[in-house]
Design a protein around this ligand. Structure first.
Ligand code: VOV
Length: 248
């Protein structure tokens, strides 16, 4: 049997994509709209408190294009926490003006392809910071799910550990050349959702997503082995921007 990469897991992730029900929002009274916004504001504050207490992290972005209008991305300690958060949000009046568009369930993951030997990684603060990251509040987000191909000669899961390590080294080198421009959070979703990984990228310059992803297309890990789902790209939505977006 082939050797599976060892993985370390951190916080669980929920990407909750919503469309706005503009007709319903427009029909609501000013008071109803204010109530909905106040409730949402209270949630933002709660999420910030969780983040300050290092029990999770959340980020909210608007989505450009017709696939969704908003994504709420949450990292929490357990699937139960995510479920509670999701349900509490669904009970708000604001949620009744939204329509679920897509969701993705996964867990922050690091694999041992490029790991240096020695020591308990969970004792390493750099590793823990990557497994339980504060989501960067960069200007832009890019999310897409992906698989590694399992097709005839192009089967990632049939490659030896050494072959995969070599390929991942080249992947990592390209990635690292975007340090300071693009931050990646890779979440594993085997057994949790329809694809094997979620890729969430953050950048202040959205063009850097295109440059990085394009460059990776020529790298064997992606050129030969990657399959992608839908891409979602958007802009940071702090509470002021959200109020602005909802103003009619
Ligand atoms: C911002 C840049 C960036 C950087 C620095 C980076 C580095 C690294 C390293 C060092 C490692 C391996 C160890 C680990 O940390 O797990 C990975 C791992 C992974 N990556 Fe990556 N990746 C980036 C970026 C980056 C992108 C843009 C993509 C999407 C691919 C594309 O073509 O659209 C991606 C995918 C992944 C995946 C799916 C995995 C897990 C693969 C597995 O089989 O387990 N990744 N990645």
């Amino acid at each position: 049997m082939n050797e599976a990469a060892l993985t370390l897991e951190g916080w669980y992730a929920l990407h909750d994509f919503r469309k706005l029900d503009w007709s319903k929002w427009r029909l609501a009274s000013a008071a109803e709209r204010t109530d909905a916004l106040n409730e949402l504001q209270a949630f933002y504050s709660e999420w910030l408190e969780v983040e300050n207490n290092k029990q999770g992290s959340s980020a909210v972005y608007s989505i450009v294009g017709q696939k969704a209008d908003i994504v709420f991305m949450h990292l929490r300690e357990s699937l139960q926490d995510l479920n509670e958060l999701e349900t509490a949000f669904n009970k708000t009046s604001f949620a009744s003006y939204t329509i679920p568009a897509y969701s993705y369930v996964s867990v922050v993951e690091l694999s041992n392809y490029l790991a240096k030997e020695g020591g308990d990684p969970m004792e390493n603060p750099h590793v823990v910071a990557r497994l339980k990251p504060v989501l960067p509040k960069a200007d832009h987000i890019c999310f897409y799910p992906m698989n590694k191909r399992r097709d005839g000669e192009d089967n990632w899961f049939m490659l030896s550990m050494d072959e995969r390590k070599k390929l991942m080294l080249s992947h990592g080198l390209i990635g690292r050349s975007y340090a300071g421009k693009v931050r990646q959070i890779i979440t594993g979703s085997v057994g949790f959702d329809n694809w094997e990984w979620g890729v969430t990228l953050f950048a202040d310059d959205a063009l850097q997503f295109k440059k990085l992803i394009y460059e990776m297309r020529f790298d064997e890990v992606s050129a030969r082995y990657a399959e992608f789902g839908d891409f979602y790209v958007g802009n940071i939505l702090d509470i002021d921007k959200l109020e602005q977006l909802l103003r009619i």
